[in-house]
Design a protein around this ligand. Structure first.
Ligand code: GKR
Ligand code: MG
Length: 430
């Protein structure tokens, strides 16, 4: 390759992937959830792949931006935000009002975050292609790995055994609706993948029940670091009661309460660290959260932080302020897991296991899905991301998208299929 290597072709493919009925404060996961798969092809015929959120607005922007990348240099990534923003300005974005919606599962919903999520899909695809062009792994393009394995935590969910409608995707995990069910799920996670730490998605039941589940996990796995994440569902008072009940048991509480102000009130009165993927989700949210010491651990999501380089930038900011960094996830496939693993491998100060939803997925768009051993994924040294697109699978999952009318994640709508009167609760819920 040379400096003049350019992008000759871009493919943006929406897909629907099957998802189990996992519960959270907003409802339950739908049987299918959208993702966007991005492929770039250079004028040397070399391809790179990326993955990001696939809901309507993300997809519209990705589809608007894709053709504009054709003819651009492969190495030009630093102005992606400006270029994707310009494409976003041309499309009608339905769900953005630029207000801070503290109760969302991923914090504030802003156009910047939407654009960042699209940028990340393209950045990863460009880095993958650059890696194939140069023979270097993505971590080397990011400055080099500082570890050979990236540790992930077992991400436990309260869940139903199956979706309510016959013929919808099924798995063999069974229900988990009480502390015993959560412990059984953790045992399977530990046996299958060797996870050494666990995070429980909370906000699905009353805090006492979720505290009991963490205590049951602690009894079953006395050495395992444990986390509980109700996605901001509790009041300051409830958060403090939970913190008191879990001191010495949990390694941190994740978003116990909604918003930086309330998180700061909780943080001031507990020695338990607080982590977030809701109140620090973009750089302009950092000053308030860090100066008020509202959070001690920031959970980056390379998608909505704007990519892998942006994640490294966030790591530098956290380092400056003495904050810890780890990683958040949403339902995702192997291209994203590869990207998460490469960037995590380059960050020296990564002391907490990263999140991943990947074990919950039964499908993938890569030919050889990752293996978790002892709760970790090996960092590959093969060129690019080190994964290969499974074209047959991509075509099948795209066909599912074409044949379905599911276009956005909507956990509340999925809950209403079972409880017709259900509405996402007002915060604080407890
Ligand atoms: O998949 O239900 C879920 C999670 O609740 C997800 O949407 C969150 O964004 O995992 C995330 C979290 O840590 O808050
Ligand atoms: Mg969270």
């Amino acid at each position: 390759m040379s400096e003049s290597t350019r992008i000759a072709e871009v493919r943006v493919t929406p897909i629907l992937i099957s998802d189990p009925p996992l519960l959270n404060v907003q409802g339950v996961h739908q049987p299918y959830t959208p993702r966007t798969i991005i492929e770039v092809v250079t004028d040397n015929g070399v391809s790179g792949i990326g993955e990001t959120y696939g809901d309507t607005d993300y997809l519209k922007i990705a589809q608007a931006f894709g053709p504009k990348l054709v003819g651009q240099p492969l190495t030009a990534r630093n102005d992606l935000f400006a270029r994707v923003s310009a494409a976003a300005a041309e499309v009608d974005i339905a769900q953005i009002d630029n207000t801070v919606v503290a109760e969302g599962l991923r914090g504030a919903r802003t156009e910047v975050k939407l654009v960042h999520s699209v940028v990340s899909g393209f950045e990863v695809a460009l880095l993958d292609a650059l890696g194939h062009e140069t023979g270097l792994p993505v971590h080397a393009l990011l400055g080099g790995k500082v570890r050979d394995r990236v540790e992930y935590s077992g991400y436990l969910f309260y869940r139903w055994a199956e979706h309510p409608v016959a013929g919808e995707p099924q798995d063999d995990w069974g229900a988990a609706l009480d502390p015993a069910g959560v412990v059984e799920q953790a045992r399977r996670f530990a046996d299958r993948y060797g996870f050494k730490s666990f995070k429980l998605k909370g906000g699905a039941f009353a805090p006492e029940q979720e505290v009991a589940a963490i205590h049951a996990l602690h009894e079953a796995f006395p050495d395992a670091p444990l986390r509980l994440d109700p996605n901001g569902a509790w009041s300051v008072q409830t958060s403090l009661e939970v913190a008191a009940a879990l001191e010495g048991v949990a390694e941190y509480l994740e978003d116990p309460t909604a918003g930086t102000g309330q998180m700061a009130q909780v943080a001031a009165k507990t020695s338990l660290p607080l982590a977030t993927n809701m109140c620090v989700t973009a750089i302009d949210e950092v000053p308030a959260a860090f100066t008020s010491d509202a959070v001690q651990v920031v959970l980056s999501d390379h998608h909505y932080w704007g990519g892998l380089r942006a994640t490294q930038d966030l790591a530098a900011v956290c380092r400056t302020y003495g904050k810890q960094l780890s990683m958040h996830s949403n339902t995702h496939l192997g291209i994203s897991l590869a990207a998460m693993t490469h960037v995590a491998a380059t960050i020296p100060e990564l002391y907490y296991a990263c999140d991943t939803h990947r074990p919950w997925q039964t499908e993938d768009v890569i030919t050889v899905p990752h293996t978790f051993t002892d709760g970790a994924v090996d960092v590959t040294d093969t060129p690019g991301l080190g994964v290969e697109l499974d074209r047959e699978s991509l075509a099948a999952l795209h066909r599912r998208w074409l044949d379905s009318d599911v276009r956005d994640r909507d956990d509340a709508a999925a809950m209403r299929r079972v409880h017709p009167d259900w509405t996402a609760p007002a915060f604080p819920v407890w």
